[in-house]
Write a new protein. Structure first.
Lengths: 114, 111
């Protein structure tokens, strides 16, 4: 079965600083990979996804992520943090069986300091 | 306007009562999911359904039940057998390449 590890349950950055949220997965074959964002008391919203093709994926709100097969990683970055980026971020990987159901990481809460 | 509707947003029940959470979608997706989220924790899969009239248990199905009589609807019943039902419940659909689309969630409080 797949597993997803998000390093750091909380990450704190200053406004304008680089955002880096880490995600590693376990898979013997290239999976589908996703990053979701959740604001308080709301559902999850897709930030970006990797299925096939270009390994650098651009998403909404200036976020991007790079699929690195050799490192089994899919880290999320944003060059300059904004106060509105404060939220919970979840990395997910698809099960490569008939269900394609998603396995979620435990989440990383991003705090943005003024 | 396509999307997923969960109602109500907030739900309060007394201990020992069963309660049903609604999830409706008009995205025409076959697969639907129910997750539970506790404060500071990630998502835990309760049940999922890949097609009408079929569903499978997830990681924490005990104390919950579902039905899938229509493609658009996937209601979740939290039974009195669920020891700690207070949580935030999220419903999602999934498209053919695995992307999941989430509803706004229902916060259930049982006292």
């Amino acid at each position: 079965a797949q597993s997803v590890t998000q390093l750091g349950s909380h990450v704190s950055v200053s406004e304008g600083a680089l955002v880096l949220l880490r995600c590693n997965y376990s898979s013997s074959v290239p999976p589908y990979l996703f990053w979701y964002v959740q604001y308080p008391n709301q559902g999850l919203q897709l930030l970006l996804k990797y299925t096939t093709g270009a390994t650098l994926v651009k998403g909404i709100n200036g976020f991007e992520a790079e699929f690195k097969k050799s490192e089994t990683s899919f880290h999320l970055t944003k060059p300059s943090a904004h106060m509105s980026d404060a939220a919970e971020y979840f990395c997910a990987v698809s099960e490569m069986d008939s269900s394609y159901k998603l396995i979620f990481g435990s989440g990383t809460r991003l705090l943005v300091r003024p | 306007d396509g999307g997923i509707t969960q109602s109500p947003k907030y739900l309060f029940r007394k201990e020992g009562q069963n309660v049903t959470l609604s999830c409706e979608q008009n995205l025409n997706h076959d697969a639907m999911y129910w997750y539970r989220q506790d404060p500071g924790q990630g998502l835990r899969l309760i049940y999922y359904s890949q097609i009408v009239n079929d569903f499978q248990k997830g990681d924490i199905a005990e104390g919950y039940s579902v039905s899938r009589e229509k493609k658009e609807s996937f209601p979740l019943t939290v039974t009195s057998a669920q020891k700690n039902p207070t949580a935030f419940y999220l419903c999602a659909t999934q498209d053919r390449i695995g992307e999941q689309y989430f509803g706004p969630g229902t916060r259930l409080t049982v006292t």
